[in-house]
Design a protein around this ligand. Structure first.
Ligand code: ACO
Length: 428
């Protein structure tokens, strides 16, 4: 095997080194392409063939359906770890020992107050506002109450910023949902575990003491772990590229939330539920919608199917499918939406259109079903995704800053008009 790739253009040959990752992934290092060739660039819309960085955080193999955080398999982490341990692992690179984990949690609790003024900002949003827009705005607004930039050369400053956002973000998430539901805003309880506290902040009824529900807490914990990182996806790339201009952590996260909002990315879990509801309201005819999904003249797509990277199965979908069965079974929920989901899944897995294109249910196909069973409003589903993705975004932002990556600034191939002289308004 050679360690270089040769490009031949206009009778001249140019060599570029091959970079090899720890899992034997190969990439052509084209850093010198423009300078060596006198200006040739590459074009790759959607970055399907472009590695934007080297990263030691998450490994995924879309063909084999492998997902690992810092070397640990998602299956083992989802079964044996809790979300806070996984967050620590992603951000700092190693699983914490008991002392490190306790300190991380204690430091988070210390920072869990959100300035009361923030409530005024939240109040000024109409109840109909989409929670993702609200969350992105509130995350941006946090900057006004906290230092806008982090001294990345100081481990202490970096740690402090991380702990701060890990503490305050769940409060913003819970407030966003309580506002949507017309409930009074609530704070957490320092005696509770990290995810238990999130559950309390979201669901505690104003007239009752907090009712702990272990099944729901475990399901939430697992969902958050499954969403915690997914290497250079759209929102993570957004966080890294915004941060590459040396914008602060909270500003970068706020941009990541906006990127996650879209229905082709995190917004898919909401779109899945809306699609299932629409099919139910239309008489539950899954075959009709299968036909629509395959019809190229119809823009309808089967939401929750297909993935940019996983082309055989999404390992998270396997875990979450089991979790969905468990939660619905344990909570004794019979949901016609679930029957429609199962029907669609069965038909798609046997249909040549979906099989040939390697379109399988992704994580979002099932996560929405669980969120619905937990009583979370549909519009909040993507917010739950953001809550899970928070440690991944932080880890990727931290890695990008510590690696001193250059500002993200892609090139283009210009296809507009050539030079033309300006024409005054009366001559046009
Ligand atoms: N329903 C019907 N057809 C589909 C679907 C779908 N859900 N997904 C892809 N296809 C078809 C395309 O029409 C295309 O067909 P063609 O080859 O005949 O033109 C082929 O499959 C390949 O599709 P692309 O759009 O090129 O695949 P890409 O990798 O760019 O897109 C994506 C992946 C965006 C996830 C796509 O599958 C999709 O839109 N799925 C539905 C939305 C969704 O569930 N998103 C969640 C992603 S997971 C996440 O963000 C956590």
């Amino acid at each position: 095997m050679t360690d270089k790739a040769t490009l031949e253009y206009n009778g001249k040959k140019y060599d570029f080194p091959i970079v090899k990752g720890t899992e034997d992934e190969l990439a052509i290092d084209i850093k010198t392409l423009r300078s060596a060739t006198g200006g040739i660039t590459t074009i790759d819309p959607g970055y399907k063939n472009t590695g934007s960085c080297s990263s030691a955080i998450t490994f995924l193999d879309g063909e084999k359906g492998i997902l690992r955080y810092r070397g640990y398999s998602i299956e083992e982490l989802a079964e044996k770890a809790d979300f806070l341990e996984v967050a620590y692992l992603l951000i700092f690179g190693e699983l914490p020992n008991k002392q490190e984990l306790d300190k991380f949690h204690a430091d988070i609790k210390e920072e869990s107050n959100v300035d009361e003024e923030m409530k005024k900002i939240l109040d000024s949003f109409p109840k109909t506002a989409h929670p993702m827009g609200v969350l992105s705005s509130l995350t941006s607004a946090l900057i006004a109450f906290n230092p806008s930039t982090v001294d990345v050369s100081s481990d202490e400053a970096m740690y402090h910023a991380i702990v701060r956002i890990m503490a305050k973000f769940p409060v913003l998430v819970a407030w966003t949902m309580r506002k949507k539901k017309g409930l009074p805003l609530d704070y957490g309880d320092d005696t509770l575990g990290y995810v238990e506290n999130i559950h309390k902040m979201m669901f505690k009824k104003p007239t009752q003491t907090y009712q702990k529900n272990q099944i729901v807490i475990e399901a939430l914990d697992q969902l958050l772990i499954l969403h915690a990182d997914h290497e250079q996806n759209c929102s993570t790339s957004t966080v890294r590229i915004v941060g590459s201009s040396h914008a602060g952590l909270f500003a970068s996260l706020s941009a990541g939330i906006s990127a996650l909002w879209g229905p082709l990315h995190g917004g898919a879990n909401q779109a899945v539920l809306e699609m299932l509801e629409a099919i139910e309201n239309d008489g539950g005819d899954t075959k009709k919608y299968m036909a629509k999904a395959k019809d190229k003249s119809d823009p309808f797509r089967l939401m929750g199917f297909g993935h940019r990277v996983y082309k055989n199965f999404d390992p998270r979908a396997k875990i979450i499918k089991k979790a969905a069965d468990r939660v619905l079974g344990d909570l004794g929920i019979k949901d016609p939406i679930l029957d429609i989901a199962k029907g669609l899944e069965k038909e798609a897995l046997e249909d040549p259109y979906f099989v040939d294109r390697k379109l399988y249910p992704n994580v979002d196909f099932y996560s929405g079903i669980i969120y619905r069973a937990l009583g979370i409003p549909t519009e909040m589903f993507t917010v739950m995704f953001a809550l899970g993705r928070l440690p991944g975004w932080i880890a990727q932002w931290r890695e990008m800053r510590l690696n001193n990556e250059p500002i993200g600034r892609p090139r283009q191939v210009y296809t507009g008009e050539n030079y033309r002289p300006f024409v005054g308004v009366n001559e046009r």
